[in-house]
Design a binder for this molecule. Structure first.
Ligand code: ADP
Length: 339
């Protein structure tokens, strides 16, 4: 006991911030004596390597000065004393597809912005590890992401067009492929959900990777989604993949309600004729929705303007009244389907 008191006295001579010693500052969690060794447990938030080294040196020095000659072991534990302001997310909705390239991210983007236009507080989480395209669609690729999202160890979403955005794409340089293993991805996504200052959100839209896989399963277990929105074209191949996704969302142990399905790239108009051209087939998605008892949320035409705006990084609903109306209608349908 006398030894412990002596060690405490020694630690009172170690100062780091605000002229307070590390005992006063509450950094010393526990002092133990094990196998003729002094063990000091420290609780710190996000110490830098330099900071840790200096601290260890100062502690050793101060203890030696008190003529305590036992070896010292210093264990530093991280604590998150950087409290996140209370995050309240009312509705978490995932956008999913069976196949890549059917317009899932385009739709997630424009639904998020439509919700903003309707007056809601909205977040968008890009969890598509295979092709995170949200930074491109919001023209935020060149932001100095590292400094923005690592404030105090907590992620601060980037706000663009009124949407709070986090993307797995922020963690990779342009053009780099993601070769992370499942557990790593899950860890980052967990951070996106729980260590991010989302503030108060009416909606958080999550852009899932296409298909069905480990990432989906862990996300479905981790996050309490209010529902899923499916996106598909009317092509048979796309629908057969969506069918598998439906199967996954309806597995009893991870069940999430499917709010409905959107048919994208439904038709296009050619210059020569006023007739609609159904490139991927007519009513494939509608028939599928009936068969699977899924609500048909609406169809979005194949339009050059939609593609151009995606590439420009300006969500098309901000620039084209007709397309905006299509998205607002679909978004209203989604809201009516929320449990
Ligand atoms: P996914 O997320 O399913 O992989 P994206 O949203 O990235 O698909 O879309 C793939 C490409 O198709 C993008 O270049 C996008 O601009 C374009 N696109 C998506 N929907 C439409 C549409 N309705 N009309 C025209 N181009 C579209």
């Amino acid at each position: 006991m006398i030894l412990k008191k002596k060690i405490e006295e020694a630690l009172k001579n170690v100062f780091i911030i605000d002229n307070k010693n590390i005992i006063e500052s509450g950094f010393v969690k526990k002092i133990d004596f094990l196998n003729q060794k002094i063990i000091i447990y420290l609780n710190l938030s996000n110490p830098t390597m330099h900071f840790k080294k200096k601290l260890i040196k100062d502690i050793n020095h101060s203890i030696k000065n008190k003529n305590i000659l036992y070896p010292i072991c210093i264990k530093i534990e991280m604590k998150s004393n950087t409290k996140i302001k209370k995050t309240i997310i009312k509705n978490i909705i995932a956008v999913a597809s069976g196949k890549g390239g059917v317009g899932k991210s385009t739709i997630a983007t424009n639904i998020a912005v439509s919700l903003v236009l309707m007056g809601f507080n909205v977040g968008l989480l890009d969890a598509d590890i295979y092709g995170p395209s949200i930074p491109l669609m919001f023209n935020i690729e060149d932001e100095n992401i590292q400094t923005i999202i690592h404030k105090n160890g907590i992620m601060n979403p980037i706000i663009r067009y009124g949407v709070k955005i986090l993307s797995i794409g922020f963690f990779i340089k342009n053009g780099q492929a993601i070769v992370w293993r499942g557990p790593m991805v899950t860890k980052v996504l967990r951070q996106f959900m729980h260590e991010t200052d989302w503030g108060e959100l009416d909606f958080l839209i999550v852009d899932l990777p296409p298909g069905t896989g480990d990432i989906h399963l862990s996300l479905l277990q981790e996050i309490s989604f209010k529902g899923i929105i499916l996106v598909s074209t009317s092509q048979k191949i796309a629908l057969s993949d969506v069918n598998r996704a439906v199967g996954m969302f309806r597995i009893k142990s991870i069940y999430v309600p499917i709010l409905g399905i959107i048919e994208n790239m439904s038709y296009f108009l050619t210059k020569e004729s006023k007739d609609k051209c159904y490139l991927f087939g007519i009513d494939g998605v509608k028939n599928f929705s009936k068969k699977m008892d899924i609500f048909f949320l609406g169809k979005i035409p194949f339009l050059q303007k939609i593609r151009e705006n995606s590439d420009l990084g300006i969500p098309v609903v901000l620039e084209n009244e007709n397309i905006k109306n299509i998205f607002i209608k679909i978004t209203k349908n989604i809201i009516t389907k929320l449990p």
